[in-house]
Ligand binder design. Sequence first.
Ligand SMILES: NC(=O)c1ccc[n+]([C@@H]2O[C@H](COP(=O)([O-])OP(=O)(O)OC[C@H]3O[C@@H](n4cnc5c(N)ncnc54)[C@H](OP(=O)(O)O)[C@@H]3O)[C@@H](O)[C@H]2O)c1
Length: 292
Amino acid sequence: MSILVLGAGGQVGREIAGRLGEADHALTHSALDITRPDAIARALDRHHPKVLINAAAYTAVDRAEAEPDRAEAINRDGAAHLATACAQRGIALLHLSTDYVFDGRADAPYTPADAVNPLGQYGRSKAAGEAAIRQALPAHLILRTSWVFGRHGGNFVKTMLRLARDRDALNIVDDQIGGPTPAAAIAEALLGLARTIVSGGAWPWGTYHYAGAPAVSWRGFADVIFAEALQAGLISRAPQVRAITTAEYPTPALRPLNSQLDMRDTEARLGLSPPDWQAALQALLRSPAFHA
Ligand SMILES: NC(=O)c1ccc[n+]([C@@H]2O[C@H](COP(=O)([O-])OP(=O)(O)OC[C@H]3O[C@@H](n4cnc5c(N)ncnc54)[C@H](OP(=O)(O)O)[C@@H]3O)[C@@H](O)[C@H]2O)c1
């Protein structure tokens, strides 16, 4: 009995794929398109997983405003196809979702029970995908995460390092607050859950939050990135940072001001603590991947 991972070429998917055991399998987008039910059926019948981890998604938050149909085909319908195929075969589904399902107007961290109200097409498509999974497949864990960073793919850490080398001064949004989350920690959390499910037993299925601590603004995150990058010898000087508001940095998609995800349920029922993003960032920036 094994684990099958989809979206294995992405930021989180690559971290999971790199940690799999011999009986497990990982498929990239080119090997399996989750918008195609026939391809999903073939892959599940070929690999016979006990647990399917879906790290595949449409993640272009701003582009989704211009192509909502594409975002929905992948994030809503793709998730629905996976859940239906898993239900027909007795497979459990571990799926990732996002803080962007919330509108960010709450004055406390969001719990999994809080009502969703996405501000943009990406968040809407992810919320619809969650709902489709809940309806089709009781044996699911949906893990909402936020502000993902790591060695693979594009992310805020890599953007800040590039800008630090190119610019003397930067304007960075200071009124959006969230939990930066290491992709590697998400991968370990998902694989730990998947392995426990593979070994059997009752399971508290449902929707959970998984985000790094402590919460910080994008500007606060950037400050730590520059401090750690200086220490690691990746940059020779930090750019001057000016804190700006979301209103001063208009983007096609609105983003929640409060992106904080409450993890108390996750700790109590799944035994997972919030990852320490500062320690993970320090290790990442000192790793050979960033010193090639
Ligand atoms: N990144 C964040 O800050 C963040 C925050 C909160 C939640 N999340 C959630 O975390 C999960 C993983 O995100 P990530 O950062 O790892 O995203 P990512 O780097 O964009 O990876 C997504 C992967 O999905 C693949 N994909 C896209 N359409 C597909 C399809 N139709 N069939 C199969 N694969 C497809 C992509 O392949 P191509 O590149 O070839 O299209 C890519 O390899 C997603 O569910 C996302 O919504 C991410």
